[in-house]
Design a protein around this ligand. Sequence first.
Ligand code: G3H
Ligand code: 13P
Ligand code: NA
Ligand code: ZN
Length: 328
Amino acid sequence: ALITLRQLLDHAAEHAYGVPAFNINNMEQGLAILRAAERCDAPVILQASRGARSYAGDIMLRHMVQALAEMFPDIPIVMHQDHGNNDATCLTAIRHGFTSVMMDGSLEEDMKTPASYDYNARITARVTAAAHAVGASVEGELGVLGSLETGEAGEEDGSGAVGKLSHDQLLTDPDQAVDFVMRTKCDALAIACGTSHGAYKFSRKPDGEILSMKTIAAIHDKLPDTHLVMHGSSSVPQELQDIINAYGGDMPQTYGVPVEEIERGIRMGVRKVNIDTDCRMAMTGQFRKVATENAAEFDPRKFLIPAMDALEALCADRFDRFGTSGHA
Ligand code: G3H
Ligand code: 13P
Ligand code: NA
Ligand code: ZN
């Protein structure tokens, strides 16, 4: 059944577990994620970006999620808008059956320009009031996601360069977070702690200099009852890089957020963990493998079945390691 983000994260906080939020664009991703959830007895957060909504179409996404809820009746499902950029994006998502939205006011509507604190607080408060009036949940974001190594933003919602960011912008300020949650009444808060979107997060295994878990601890200290969200939480596993590169891929060596760091984050109050890149890599590794090993193959299902299996395995691993398993 569909539930709200607030319902799920309240339960997660009560039982001290984290929930991965997997991006979804098509039926195969939906089936793979839900098969993993069923296997692990885990609740799920499915999230669609603006890009996913234009790729699949709102009507297709709505019926797909309804179909998944019908096929997997025992699994609680949150359907969430990832990185909503304005009121219209968030409200049309809710109209299409999403039970939760992210109003990302850390950037201006163009998703390229860092926004003022006041802009962010006002738009997030406005969207939260509207969403709450119809029973949907809201995630806000304070701080701009980007690399502490280079000061570059990652691919925030895939829309490209933000320009050089200061250390201050890249780490959420705990006192400001308290004010933001009070002003906006958001249900969950995405924070910046050195992660960025996409595969190229770190040029080495991250340490405390470039991945600031102490920022999370400081925020949780001041906001013990707020559900914290970590974006850019793909681990970019070496084995997935290796599979892609073994079958004709050309991905430069890179490092993501180690799963054990995410586990630490969950102990410090992180409840929602956004993962897209790892899911993409799990599927694409299998596409490349099938294409290379059987160059005569032209049935898409022969590509998609191993790709779904690899995604299911990845999701099951995250459910187990984040403590989500057993909580459906
Ligand atoms: O935050 C970005 C997510 O990975 C979604 O990416 O906008 O290319 O669908 P997308
Ligand atoms: P990754 O690119 O690390 O998977 O992050 C996804 C994300 O934060 C979606 O909002
Ligand atoms: Na989100
Ligand atoms: Zn994100």
